[in-house]
Design a protein around this ligand. Structure first.
Ligand code: GDP
Length: 196
């Protein structure tokens, strides 16, 4: 699949306001600053499809992009900022777990984690919800260019081993928007999901 023609279609203030649950969608999630916007821009070869470096803690929208009719990429708001009140956090987590359980068009989840701080608590929760709901997951260890090849590879192997705990279909790859490392893997996995 060529992801370059991807275009923005809508922003939704909450999961219930997303487009009709038809066709196929792949969701992108991660802690704020994990490199999610950069990854979406890298995948689509666009400079500013997803906005990078958003103000943390601000009310965030779910941005929906269309690769082609009935094929969507869903950019879920970054989570995990300490400044957000507990109540807001809990509401969002509930909505997210519902989305993973209920959304029929959801074919897979791309979970982005900084390679230097993988599997933070919320990442683990999300992984549990996804695998419990039989949603396939592609874990991207982002900013992989920050580590030397040896450390990067040992971190990747450890992260793959850690993924086994969650059961289900979880693939782990190293990724860098800067060096494009792992981009081929992301494209192959998304193509597989969209064509399945
Ligand atoms: P988001 O909050 O998850 O959407 O993260 P962003 O894409 O806005 O990236 C957060 C910060 O990490 C920005 O300063 C980016 O320039 C930086 N960043 C993102 N991807 C990479 C990468 O692959 N390598 C490096 N070195 N920095 C990155």
């Amino acid at each position: 699949i060529n992801f370059q023609p991807t275009r923005f279609i809508t922003s939704a203030p909450e999961i219930s306001k997303l487009p009709a649950d038809e066709g196929i969608e792949v969701a992108f999630a991660g802690r704020s600053n994990a490199g999610k916007s950069s990854a979406l821009n890298t995948l689509t070869r666009q400079k500013a499809l997803a906005r990078t470096s958003k103000t943390p803690g601000r009310t965030q929208l779910i941005n929906v992009f269309e690769v082609k009719p009935d094929q969507r990429l869903v950019d879920l708001p970054g989570y995990g900022f300490a400044k957000v009140p507990l109540e807001v956090k809990e509401k969002w987590q509930l909505a997210l777990s519902e989305y993973l359980q209920m959304r029929k068009s959801l074919r897979g989840l791309v979970l982005l984690m900084d390679i230097r701080h993988p599997y933070r608590e919320v990442d683990q929760e999300l992984l549990h919800w996804a695998t419990d709901s039989k949603i396939r997951v592609l874990v991207l260890l982002t900013k992989a260019d920050k580590l030397k090849p040896g450390v990067r590879n040992s971190t990747l192997l450890k992260a793959r081993e850690a993924a086994l705990v969650f059961g289900g279909d979880v693939t782990v790859e190293a990724f860098s928007s800067l060096s494009k490392l792992g981009l081929d893997k992301v494209e192959a996995k998304l193509t597989e999901w969209f064509n399945d």
